[in-house]
Design a protein around this ligand. Structure first.
Ligand SMILES: C[S@@+](CC[C@H](N)C(=O)[O-])C[C@H]1O[C@@H](n2cnc3c(N)ncnc32)[C@H](O)[C@@H]1O
Length: 275
């Protein structure tokens, strides 16, 4: 008959072997668990993204629009096409003809970029600046009237108007030369034409604004410029945008807004004024 001591000696290698396999199993489960956690982390959590608070100016804009019953004139659908372009391009250089209830929105949608407004009414510009001190706007003058639109359209067909140059040195009657230098010295990536006023015969109309915006875009050293023209249901906005921003550069239109994408006409590529 075997003693108790002999029995326990025979079991020892088995216990050691079992412990070894148990150790390997724990090791394997542990490594699977941590690699699963890593997979989940890389799938759902971007640990490299910095954690930001909403910028104070953006918070101010939200409160501004949430507490006013005066909304911008462009409709939700009209705003979408500029929004889509700004989503891709911002922060960018964004030039806007006209100050309005949409100005703070445009500045915020181009957060971190350069957004400049050109306004014909000094009184209105002071009002807006009082409400939104961060707005960067210049008072500008236009020396045209809506009544001159047909004559200006003919003048715009002259060869001088097809020459791509800085508007300050253009010989075209439609080129505005009196804007602040910053307007000519900046390469604009997005331009919104929602001014000057043109709803009455004696108002300036957008003839020269449309032509000059197109010239700034063509004269850019590199890249495309997205130009938006609002109020295309009116004769001036419709005709001047199609003739000087060109059918060939037409991208889309929604409601009363039309979108053109104009390439640089510099950088060695020979291009006609309109494709
Ligand atoms: C068609 S509005 C632009 C409106 C702008 N898109 C908006 O949503 O408010 C163009 C011009 O109208 C004039 N304007 C617009 N709102 C005004 C106001 N409340 N008082 C005085 N002028 C205004 C400004 O001269 C402005 O540049």
């Amino acid at each position: 008959m075997r003693s108790k001591a002999q029995n326990s000696i025979n079991l020892k290698p088995l216990i050691i072997l079992f412990s070894f396999f148990l150790f390997l199993l724990v090791l394997k489960l542990g490594s699977n668990f941590s690699s699963n956690i890593q997979n989940l982390q890389s799938k759902y959590i971007d640990f490299t993204a910095p954690c930001h608070k909403i910028p104070p100016s953006l918070a101010e804009a939200l409160v501004h629009y949430a507490s006013t019953n005066i909304t911008p004139q462009q409709t939700y659908q009209e705003l979408q096409i500029t929004l889509r372009v700004l989503e891709q391009k911002s922060p960018t250089n964004f030039l806007i003809f006209g100050l309005g209830y949409d100005s703070l929105m445009w500045s915020m949608l181009n957060y971190g970029g350069k957004t400049i407004f050109l306004e014909e009414s000094d009184a209105w510009m002071q009002d807006v600046k009082k409400q939104i001190p961060s707005i960067e706007a210049f008072h500008v003058t236009y020396n045209t009237k809506v009544t001159e639109a047909v004559q200006l359209l003919h003048l715009g067909k002259e060869e001088n108007c097809k020459v791509v140059t800085d508007p300050r040195s253009s010989k075209c009657h439609l080129a505005i030369k009196t804007f602040p230098d910053e307007v000519y010295n900046t390469e604009w990536d997005v331009i919104m034409i929602d001014a000057p006023t043109g709803y009455k015969a004696e108002l300036p109309g957008r003839m020269t604004a449309i032509y000059t915006a197109g010239l700034l875009a063509r004269n850019k050293r590199f890249g495309d410029t997205d130009i938006f023209v609002h109020d295309i249901d009116r004769w001036v906005e419709n005709k001047f945008s199609m003739d000087f921003l060109c059918d060939g550069y037409w991208k889309e239109e929604v409601g009363r807004i039309r979108h053109f994408t104009i390439p640089s006409h510099r950088g060695g590529v020979e291009r006609p004024f309109c494709p």
